[in-house]
Design a protein around this ligand. Structure first.
Ligand code: UTP
Length: 225
């Protein structure tokens, strides 16, 4: 299978240590023996810290986004270092480059592309661009809930949702640099228009990646009607 995995910065750079980079690199190396893998890495807390400084300096949203993109690429670089020879050494800055680099048969790792969206969207566009069989979004919660699980203990995990229902759900959210909510709108629009097979799951356990690929019931699966 051709797989695009977006790993949230909140997962991979959590605690600012090498650990998750190493854990993910082991899993990705294993998967790359059987599958063609593209990874999009998020910015996480360091991106938000940099963006805050830029905003305090009076920078506008697009510049703040630009800074966020630089941080996602730093995280992507760390994953490339962890993957060593399994990864293509250069970070693509656009989707055409990502496709070109994949002809090396190595794992292609990238961060953000341009302002006004999150790495969730980069993952969805990339999945569309390379005609992926599956788009996996690894985040800091178990999937999509009917309400914020950090605020409401009675929040329920949604195991299956249509892309249309998800769009309705996300509509009212805010889109400031560094503050994109659980999943951004453009990503869902991409998923919807291309009926991308998508699973959103908890990335704190990198083994979940294997479970999703093996079609185990985990996280939230986006369905199409
Ligand atoms: P992320 O998409 O990683 O956002 O990019 P995040 O909120 O930190 O999400 P997690 O925690 O990694 O899951 C960090 C910031 O970089 C900018 C946005 O400002 C985003 O909030 N960015 C990223 C872009 O503007 N364009 C991109 O393609 C990617």
């Amino acid at each position: 299978m051709r797989i695009v995995a977006a790993i949230g910065g909140s997962i991979i750079i959590k605690g600012k240590t090498y650990k998750k980079f190493q854990e993910y690199s082991e899993i990705l190396k294993e998967l790359s023996c059987e599958h063609e893998i593209f990874v999009v890495v998020g910015g996480g807390q360091p991106a938000r810290e940099y963006i805050k400084i830029a905003r305090d300096l009076g920078c506008g949203e697009a510049k703040c986004d630009d800074l966020g993109i630089e941080v996602t690429r730093l995280n992507a670089k760390l994953l490339i270092f962890a993957l060593d020879d399994f990864a293509f050494p250069t970070i693509p800055h656009n989707f055409q480059q990502a496709l070109e680099y994949s002809s090396s048969e190595k794992i292609v790792v990238m961060g953000g592309t341009e302002p006004a969206h999150s790495t969730d969207t980069v993952g969805a566009i990339l999945a569309e661009y390379v005609n992926a069989d599956m788009f996996i979004n690894l985040t800091s919660v178990d999937g999509m809930y009917d309400k914020d699980p950090n605020k409401y203990p009675d929040a329920n995990l949604i195991e299956r949702i249509t892309a249309t229902e998800m769009l309705e759900f996300i509509k009212e959210k805010d889109v400031k640099a560094g503050t994109y909510e659980f999943f951004d709108m453009t990503a869902i629009q991409m998923i919807k228009r291309s009926s991308l097979e998508t699973v959103i799951a908890n990335g704190n356990n990198p083994e979940n990646l294997i479970k999703i690929i093996n079609k185990e019931k985990i996280g939230t699966r986006i369905i199409f009607k």
